[in-house]
Design a protein around this ligand. Structure first.
Ligand SMILES: Nc1ncnc2c1ncn2[C@@H]1O[C@H](COP(=O)(O)OP(=O)(O)OP(=O)(O)O)[C@@H](O)[C@H]1O
Ligand SMILES: [Mg+2]
Length: 474
């Protein structure tokens, strides 16, 4: 049920329930104590009064019992009632009425039954009881045992309606309630404030997240606090930043791919048009056909590179295998590239440790990595030498390729692994799609490997280092 409420409503409900329950319990406890104290004060006041009055009756009652004082007690009672304002009843030891003022609360009989206050007064000198009087109103009955020289002669009974005491109790309850009210108002105000300080930023986060979801990835949340909500805001900002970069790369990837495909397609179109001319000499026709062949190869290469990258991006690159014969695979690859290097009159040396361990990647991926590095080294070197060194430590295998080719500036170095990136120097003089190194990097990321490039500067050769962990990262 609470789950259906907003955070704000939940906080409000909880605060109000706690305040209400706590306030009521407090109110009842305090009220009870006030009530008890008020009633006790009332009773105590009357008891003192009754004890004093009882003492004054000791002697007259003694005389009365000896038959000497007809009417004296009656007069004393009348005076007392006028002066003090209470109603009294004087009884002898056997509860027989000796004298009384009006409204004593007893049925006016000669003899009074043994009511609780009288029974209590026998043992404790003073006894009390609260019960409805003959008019049906709650009244306090006090009985004091009247003694003369240690002998119990009878009782003085005082009865007072409880209404004034109850009225006082009621008044105190009202006062208490009035005092509690500001506290409740304060708590409700505080809960409104707390709930809004929590719910407002959450609402703000929600709106910003919705904006981001609708494509406004440049939306940023203005983080003002360091608490959990502030941290959530920062996380959302970070997520939006990452998504923005990802979207930008994806978009430029698609537009680059389209652009790269358009140029060879244009060439194909022009050559096909030229070939449709039947008067075209045979040798020109052959040249065009060869160019068409070349463009098709180029496009096929581009498309297969794009497919490799797409597969890796989609997380479908699952060629997890093991290279068991690392040394012989590497020698095999080197054999092919040595021929290419020699065709370009480049010196080629390879130092491959003879005790290389198994590697936790597919042989094909290893081939793609090394092929790309060596093909680049040979392509971008016009004279000098290429050197490949493969070594290992207990943790990893390192493949290093050095060349004496065109190299690159520090600024160019930072872009080498970007998709479609080709340095200005490479663009003018060498063919390529700018995808080889990004494929190498994507494959290595998949296996938790690394690739680094360094160069002393443009025209001064280059060095690429690949590090492959010996154990697959689970
Ligand atoms: N050995 C190297 N020496 C100098 N520059 C290099 C070397 N290897 C790569 N580069 C630079 O890095 C760029 C990207 O290389 P990458 O292999 O990704 O693409 P590419 O060789 O141009 O095309 P392809 O997709 O056919 O490999 C190259 O265009 C070149 O500018
Ligand atoms: Mg390349």
């Amino acid at each position: 049920m609470l789950n259906r409420l907003t955070i704000r409503q939940r906080i409000l409900v909880i605060f109000i329930v706690i305040t209400f329950v706590g306030g009521t319990v407090q109110f009842l406890i305090a009220g009870r104590q006030l009530e008890a104290a008020t009633l006790e004060f009332y009773q105590h006041h009357l008891e003192t009064d009754a004890l004093l009055v009882a003492a004054t009756f000791a002697e007259p009652l003694g005389h009365y019992l000896e038959g000497e004082d007809e009417g004296g007690i009656g007069r004393m009672l009348a005076t007392l009632q006028q002066e003090v304002g209470h109603d009294y009843l004087i009884l002898d030891r056997n509860h027989r009425v000796v004298g009384y003022t009006a409204n004593t609360g007893y049925e006016q009989v000669d003899r009074v039954p043994a009511s609780p206050e009288l029974v209590e007064a026998d043992t404790a000198q003073i006894g009390s009881d609260i019960r409805p009087n003959h008019m049906g109103e709650a009244a306090l009955y006090l009985a004091v045992s009247v003694r003369y020289e240690g002998e119990a002669l009878g009782y003085l009974v005082l009865s007072e309606p409880m209404a004034p005491a109850y009225a006082e109790v009621y008044r105190r309850y009202i006062e208490l309630a009035i005092a509690t009210l500001p506290v409740i108002v304060l708590v409700i105000g505080a809960s409104l404030w707390v709930s809004s300080t929590i719910s407002r930023p959450v609402q703000h986060l929600r709106n910003s997240a919705l904006n981001m979801a609708h494509g406004a990835l440049d939306t940023r949340i203005h983080v003002t606090t360091q608490d959990e909500i502030g941290q959530l805001g920062e996380t959302l900002n970070f997520m939006a930043g990452q998504l923005e970069t990802l979207m930008r790369t994806q978009r430029s990837f698609v537009s680059n791919a389209a652009h790269e495909l358009r140029t060879p397609l244009m060439t194909l179109k022009l050559r096909a048009e030229a070939l449709s001319d039947e008067t075209l000499p045979k040798d020109e026709r052959e040249t065009y056909l060869a160019e068409i062949q070349q463009e098709i190869d180029h496009m096929a290469e581009l498309v297969s590179s794009l497919l490799v990258l797409a597969r890796i991006d989609e997380g479908r690159h699952t060629q997890n295998g093991v290279v068991t014969d690392t040394v012989s695979i590497l020698h095999d690859i080197v054999r092919h590239w040595r021929i290419e290097a020699e065709a370009k009159r480049l010196e080629f040396t390879a130092q491959i440790a003879s005790d290389l361990p198994e590697l936790p990647l597919s042989p094909n991926d290893l081939r793609v990595i090394v092929d790309n590095l060596l093909s680049n080294a040979i392509k971008y070197t016009e004279q000098g030498h290429i050197q490949m060194t493969v070594s290992h430590t207990p943790q990893m295998v390192t493949i290093q390729v050095n060349d004496t080719g065109i190299g690159y500036s520090e600024e160019q170095r930072t872009h080498l692994f970007e998709r479609f990136y080709r340095s200005e120097t490479a663009r003018g003089r060498f063919s390529g799609n700018g995808l080889g190194l990004s494929i190498v990097k994507a494959i290595l990321d998949h296996y938790d490997g690394q690739v680094e490039a360094s160069s002393p500067g443009a025209g001064r050769g280059s060095e690429f280092t690949v590090r492959l962990p010996r154990r697959a990262v689970s």
